[in-house]
Design a protein around this ligand. Sequence first.
Ligand SMILES: Nc1nc2c(ncn2[C@@H]2O[C@H](COP(=O)(O)OP(=O)(O)OP(=O)(O)O)[C@@H](O)[C@H]2O)c(=O)[nH]1
Ligand SMILES: [Mg+2]
Ligand SMILES: [Zn+2]
Length: 358
Amino acid sequence: MKKITTIEDLGYSDFFESNRKKLKLDSFSVARVVVEYKGAYKVKNMSGEYLAKITGKQMFNATSREDYPAVGDWVLISELDKELAVIHGVLPRRTMIKRKYSGKDEIQIIATNIDVAFIIESVDRDYNLNRFERYFAIANAGGIKPVVILNKIDLISKEELDLKLAQIKDRFSDIDFIFTSTITNEGLDELKTYITKGKTYCFLGSSGVGKSSLINKLLGENIIKTEGISIRTGRGKHATTNREIYFLENGGIVIDNPGIREVGMTDTSVGIDNLFAEITILAKKCRYTDCTHIHEPGCEVLSALESGKLDAGKYSNYISLKKEVEYYGMTKLKKREKDRQFGKFIKNAKKELKEHGY
Ligand SMILES: Nc1nc2c(ncn2[C@@H]2O[C@H](COP(=O)(O)OP(=O)(O)OP(=O)(O)O)[C@@H](O)[C@H]2O)c(=O)[nH]1
Ligand SMILES: [Mg+2]
Ligand SMILES: [Zn+2]
């Protein structure tokens, strides 16, 4: 790992410094969140590393997950001793990647202040174009460039690889793809060309695809523990359990993540519209401005689908991602209404108590 000598080595830039100045928070030190634990963080600055917790006040004021620190954040801290610190606030984020847990209405911030999201799948398994698109949508929504890594190319033949490449190019013409193997080291030099000093990179993908193995290669030593694939399930065994930042010798900053099972949409609408620009452009010409592109007459999207101009897989994924975003918006509204009613209930209860002389 690189030895940190300046705050820029941690990824600090004018963006954060100008926000810090605006907020007039000179009495605190800045540090970057480098690991997230349950209920605590490891933060790092020029003076060292600290185990840190947020203040009770901050917890009390938090209204959503987004108010809490996440890996990649720049936080304002006060040092208690050589190893402990308190987090008082989070500096405004430059970018953020988040997802919804399926089934739950909870958001998870995967990481913040990242420049590139490497989305990793392994070629020997059932890699899935729809899933790629989900990652592209959340990256896009967060202002982050997605780059795909197809790992473990040592496990398939050249013919199989060419076939996969053709499929991918067909569906995603403007995304960069890197083919790698941590066994033969193919593609690793190409991967390194993407990584520059002071920029932050996030490694995302299912368990067992080789995220940590790739980062170990970039580090040039096996710092991160990796794990074999379970023969019984064919799945990874969740070797990595915490998100964590590593610092490369060339100055690049990389975030290793635990395997992600599902990539649920949150308020990702803009990300989806950007990603599916082809459909967004068609949709402008639909007869009805509120066209859902599912059954309406005069729908340009449907006619492009029928004529074969629009890829069917792309279309159906677009529709399901849009529905998910809509559903997310609805559950959020409902929750807000519930919170509002609960607030009223508390207020009335307090009033009644007062009236009864309590
Ligand atoms: N054949 C082959 N195996 C690989 C390659 N890269 C990683 N592996 C193996 O795949 C397994 C999983 O690798 P990890 O790096 O732990 O995967 P991960 O994505 O970090 O998994 P989680 O931490 O559980 O999310 C290990 O047994 C690695 O040795 C590769 O390029 N080719
Ligand atoms: Mg791992
Ligand atoms: Zn339409």
